[in-house]
Design a protein around this ligand. Structure first.
Ligand code: ZN
Ligand code: ZN
Length: 318
């Protein structure tokens, strides 16, 4: 079992970055989560927050005098701009002695790799992806794939465990360090989103960003997140913005505090982090929304840039 499982929020904002005093407490970077799982660095989404993470990883790697490549794993929920805009500035992409495993969903417009290659290319970016010296390995994942990180093996295996033949290949528990499961969210325009469940050292974190709800709760998500220590759930809108006003945001693929807390309660998670903050919401507004969430589900917190959760210390196993 891995002896370390930590999560740091490098970016918690949705849609676009924000800057200024009024955002200082929660931060302004778009979505990026960094996990230290045993010796591995696993990343969910490459919004602007990944730039600071990449810089930190490279500094640590140089400081350690390691000769082996800096190896990292990035999983993407989808390819909307706020979830990939930091990738062109992820320093390991430029280093000859760095290997990045890059995972993401196929879309109606083509493969994940093609989408990123179109994005990191002139005229949108001065340097094309293939001109960057770092090694990049591309993989498409989505429901029902299960990704197993095995002890002593750099490259994880991907199994579709609903097939009997592949289920039979499921590695024994004592060889597995980290498991990542995928759920397809259909409720985000236009290609949906992937919800990830990451399990390590007996603790579980679920990232459900860019999701909307259903009447009585999204039952597939509630099952998928059941019993997790941490659920990170989209909570972009106030009820007012969602349902009233000249332009209601219902159907735009994001949630309210009410939707997020309903899922957390039904999924029996230990802690809920509200995520994908609206760029128009300053610290005061987010503090109000946090209080509303806590009145509905007491173990609720707003996700904040640079906050770290030590999952083993904060959630002792029972
Ligand atoms: Zn988004
Ligand atoms: Zn999106």
């Amino acid at each position: 079992m891995a002896d370390r499982f930590e999560l740091t929020f490098y970016g918690t904002r949705g849609t676009r970055t924000v800057h200024g005093e009024q955002y200082r407490a929660h931060g302004g970077h778009t979505t990026c989560l960094g996990f230290r799982a045993g010796d591995r660095q696993i990343i969910l989404d490459s919004g602007s927050g990944i730039v600071n993470l990449g810089n930190r990883l490279v500094q640590e790697h140089f400081a350690s005098n390691a000769t082996e490549p800096l190896t990292t794993y990035i999983f993407h929920t989808h390819t909307h701009y706020d979830h990939i805009c930091g990738l062109p500035y992820y320093v390991p992409f430029f280093l000859a002695n760095a290997t990045t495993y890059v995972y993401g969903p196929r879309s109606a417009q083509g493969t994940f790799e093609e989408a990123i290659k179109r994005f990191i290319h002139p005229p949108f970016h001065p340097v094309a992806l293939h001109e960057m010296a770092g090694e990049k390995l591309w993989f498409e994942v989505g429901e029902p794939d299960v990704v197993y990180f095995l002890k002593g093996q750099e490259q994880p295996i991907i199994l579709r465990t609903q097939h009997a033949r592949q289920k039979a290949l499921t590695p024994p528990e004592d060889q597995v360090e980290v498991v990542i499961r995928c759920l397809r969210g259909y409720n985000h325009p236009k290609n949906g989103v992937t919800v990830y469940r990451i399990e390590c050292a007996g603790r579980t974190v679920v990232l459900a960003t860019d999701v909307e709800g259903y009447v009585h709760g999204d039952q597939r998500l509630i099952q998928f997140a059941q019993g997790a220590e941490v659920l990170i759930h989209d909570a972009m809108y106030t009820q007012d913005r969602y349902a009233t006003g000249p332009v209601p945001t219902q159907g735009w693929g994001h949630s309210t505090i009410q939707i997020a807390t309903d899922v957390a309660e039904q999924a029996n998670v230990k802690r809920l982090y509200l995520f994908h903050h609206d760029p128009s919401h300053d610290d005061d507004k987010l503090a109000d929304m946090e209080r509303l969430a806590q009145s509905r589900f007491p173990a609720s917190l707003m996700a904040r840039d640079n906050a770290t959760i030590d999952l083993i210390a904060e959630f002792p196993s029972s």
